[in-house]
Design a protein around this ligand. Structure first.
Ligand code: SF4
Length: 380
């Protein structure tokens, strides 16, 4: 689905992080954060390149000290995607990171201190034409806001965010992206819904401290997914305690599940059950590995039997509906050929690699009754 077809997406202002647009009608961007010491340029560039290969569109690096801020200059020369400097409290690090070439700065103006310091950071960001992300986090809310609400809650996250926005706007700066991250998924959803109803700045979605792969994937799919389904969100980061490449893969999977982005081969497969009469697990494992680096936007269904197989296979660009040690290959809804089990992987991969749309006369000589063809296999 093209982004323009998403009727329900909330329209936000568009900002640019380097060449990457966020907000407005721009596709929802997938980002990640490096886990290396930023001052270790070689290790950081190596990780960013892995992330670029996985499709990452914006990378954030931690800037805890001046060496890290200075390293941005060298890192930027060696990477293709825009870089965000993640700074907390110290305005000097923000200034250095901007001068070193950061494409966006993540810092909360209310945490910088004196107004003269805020003015310098926002002034430099304006001179360099880079946006700022206000990133409010449930783990680091201002004391007075916490005291007011008595505990961390969505209203507190929103109040904190609005306070930072106001500071920026007092200086005439509104090149802003917002995030309101909480480790509590429900609170995170509520916070973003509230802020989306009040302002039109682009929103960076994420569940913070989401945990290791399995927990983080589930929490992010629910939190980020619920908001995206509401039409809220302009860029996403899945936080995983582990390999950042997985953050990007999961991010695209969430977007693909909602038809918001296409990125490579999307495999639809059935969970299998007692009706299965082919080795579907091995077939899917091999196909998944072999298509990992094919950047064609195709839906490929690999289904276990006649119950849902022909239906799903017919809806995909390419579909396999298995029978007893055999399968039917569909292309754009038409049956192309019958396959022996040991041919399935090779033929499917070849069809993906050589993808071209069917002509009207392409039907492989079969009638379109897959159920009948497969039923023959079952009764053998
Ligand atoms: Fe079972 Fe067939 Fe459905 Fe797969 S498609 S889960 S094998 S009924």
């Amino acid at each position: 689905m093209n982004i323009n077809q998403i009727q329900t997406r909330k329209v936000t202002r568009k900002v640019f992080v380097g060449h990457q647009a966020i907000g407005g009608d721009a596709p929802i961007a997938v980002q990640s954060m490096t886990k290396t010491k930023t001052a270790d340029v070689a290790a950081t560039v190596r990780q960013i390149k892995q992330l670029e290969d996985a499709g990452c569109e914006i990378i954030r690096v931690a800037v805890p000290d001046l060496n890290s801020a200075e390293a941005i200059r060298e890192i930027k020369k060696q990477i293709r995607i825009p870089l965000v400097a993640d700074v907390h409290f110290d305005y000097r690090l923000a200034l250095k990171a901007i001068e070193a070439g950061a494409d966006k700065i993540r810092i909360n103006p209310g945490n910088i201190g004196e107004l003269s310091r805020i003015k310098r950071v926002l002034g430099l960001a304006r001179n360099y034409e880079i946006p700022l992300r206000i990133g409010v986090n449930s783990g680091s809310l201002e004391k007075d806001i916490l005291n007011k609400y008595g505990h961390v809650c969505a209203e507190a996250l929103v109040e904190s965010t609005e306070r930072h926005i106001e500071i920026c706007q007092d200086f005439g700066f509104d090149d802003i992206v917002l995030s309101l991250k909480a480790s509590d998924v429900k609170m995170m959803i509520d916070s973003y819904r509230m802020i989306a109803a009040r302002v039109d700045f682009p929103l960076h979605l994420g569940v913070t401290e989401a945990g290791t792969y399995q927990a983080a994937t589930i929490k992010s799919a629910i939190g980020i997914g619920a908001l995206l389904a509401d039409g809220i969100g302009d860029t996403i980061r899945v936080s995983i305690t582990g390999d950042p490449v997985a953050e990007v893969e999961v991010g695209f999977r969430i977007l693909k599940a909602l038809d918001l982005r296409e990125n490579g081969i999307s495999i639809i497969s059935c969970p299998t059950c007692g009706r299965l009469q082919t080795d579907l697990f091995s077939i899917i494992q091999v196909v998944e590995k072999r298509v990992a680096n094919i950047h064609k936007n195709l839906k490929v269904a690999i289904m276990g039997c006649t119950v849902n197989g022909p239906g799903e296979a017919r809806e995909a660009d390419l579909g396999i509906a298995c029978g007893k040690n055999s399968a039917i290959l569909f292309k754009q809804g038409k049956i192309i050929r019958k396959l022996a089990e040991d041919e399935i992987v090779e033929v499917l991969i070849r069809e993906i690699q050589n993808w071209n749309s069917l002509t009207d006369n392409d039907n492989g000589g079969f009638t379109n009754d897959a159920t009948e063809i497969l039923a023959e296999e079952f009764v053998k």
